[in-house]
Design a protein around this ligand. Structure first.
Ligand code: BMA
Length: 403
């Protein structure tokens, strides 16, 4: 059996050799051949170890496709070699462009697509043609397929509207929304019809020859805060768990077998807060969290401290529960710190066994709302250094994610 880490191993060796020995290579070609050969042999030899993943893998859905199961295994094996880089809405739009084909701000800066593309299905529940950030769902489907065919991963969140008030996901004026969509609630049937729309979309994620595309579904995220209607102040822990289980059970019982499930609270200081509303190992495949620095001058230091705090307990929790872990959302808005990638982000995440880190979107519809660089942006050269680190995996580094 091949594995993502196998390919990553070879690729990262090549990346490192290109990066570290660039000047030497041009001078002594023979040494290059020997060095690269040795690195390749080392890569192949170490793949046996990289293949070792926990045997006790608690699965959230027994009927999932073989490729989805392989994805889970490869996400768990990933940190033995490095971590994937992800970007929200990467190929749909960027700073100064919208809807171009085969374009990506990340690719324009470093030459490769991110290994992980994030998408959001907010407004699919309304039957709209476009999502809440104005991307046509048809385009999201096409870009998910393209990312899969390139060998990369797709993750999907859902900023769905408030089913009780008709407001958006941030409409928290009325409590009891979660309760209203659980069985027996006034909006239960309406919510099931929304889940049906989600089901249809997930089932439509297929290649031309009918192969179902695995996706990491990150539902009901940032629920330890109270800015979404499913947040902490607006439902009890039990209601939240019931919401999660109802969503999972609806999708699986309606034949959605191409999903892995990510649990993705905000960045809480204690593991007790993190786990308080955890629905259970049967319903979750990956443990993540969302973490953003504040814009205050001390924001960077606070960010590093918080990232270390969460990643320390998450590393332990992941091992105990046999789950992959990830930084499911992060980033510095507008990237004013030129060396943020190598001096802030990389040193903090490099210490922990994460499968991926994803930065938020490069908005086409808001000024200075971007989290990845674009050509000419002040952090772009530093992002190339981050890309050149052997441990950062971009799309070309992860060819065997589904095998
Ligand atoms: C937020 C912002 C919003 C966006 C929402 C959903 O963080 O980026 O502009 O609508 O995410 O993608």
């Amino acid at each position: 059996m091949t594995c993502a880490t196998h390919y990553c191993d070879l690729r990262s060796s090549l990346k490192k050799s290109r990066y570290d020995f660039k000047i030497m290579i041009s001078m002594v070609g023979k040494i290059r051949n020997i060095a690269v050969g040795a690195l390749l042999i080392a890569g192949i030899a170490s793949c046996g170890a990289a293949n070792k993943i926990p045997s006790k893998v608690a699965k959230s859905s027994p009927k999932r496709t073989v490729e989805t199961q392989n994805l889970l295994k490869n996400l768990q094996g990933m940190p033995s070699k490095g971590f994937m880089f992800g970007h929200q809405d990467d190929t749909a739009y960027g700073v100064g462009w919208n809807g171009d084909l085969n374009r990506s701000d990340v690719k324009s800066v470093c030459g490769d697509y991110p290994a992980v593309c994030g998408w959001d299905l907010g407004h699919i529940e309304l039957g709209d043609e476009k999502n809440l950030d104005k991307i046509p769902f048809d385009r999201i489907r096409k870009d998910i397929i393209a990312q899969y065919l390139r060998g990369g991963l797709n993750t999907v969140s859902w900023h769905l509207n408030n089913p009780l008030t008709g407001g958006d996901a941030w409409d928290v004026k009325t409590d009891g929304v979660v309760k209203s969509i659980l069985p027996g609630g006034a909006k239960h049937e309406l919510f099931l019809s929304w889940l049906n729309k989600l089901t249809v979309f997930f089932k439509s994620l297929k290649t031309a020859d009918g192969k179902s595309i695995p996706v990491l579904f990150r539902s009901w995220h940032e629920h330890t805060g109270s800015w979404f209607w499913w947040g902490k102040s607006h439902c009890t822990p039990q209601e939240y768990k019931d919401l999660w289980k109802m969503t999972h059970d609806y999708l699986t019982s309606h034949g959605v077998n191409n999903l892995l499930y990510a649990y993705s609270p905000g960045s809480e200081k204690t593991v007790d807060e993190y786990i308080e509303r955890y629905p259970g190992d049967k319903y979750v495949d990956l443990l993540g969290f969302d973490c953003y620095p504040s814009v205050k001058p001390e924001g960077t230091e606070e960010y590093k401290t918080l990232m270390n705090t969460v990643l320390t307990y998450l590393t332990k929790l992941g091992k105990e529960h046999h789950k992959a872990i990830a930084v499911t959302e992060t980033g510095l808005e507008a990237l004013p710190i030129a060396n943020w990638w190598t001096d802030v982000l990389f040193p903090v995440i490099d210490k922990y066994p994460i499968s991926y880190v994803l930065v938020w979107r490069n908005a086409h519809d808001k000024q200075n709302h971007f989290y990845a660089p674009y050509p000419g942006q002040v952090s772009a050269p530093n992002f190339v250094e981050f890309y050149n680190q052997p441990k950062t995996f971009f799309c070309k580094d992860v060819k065997n994610l589904y095998k």
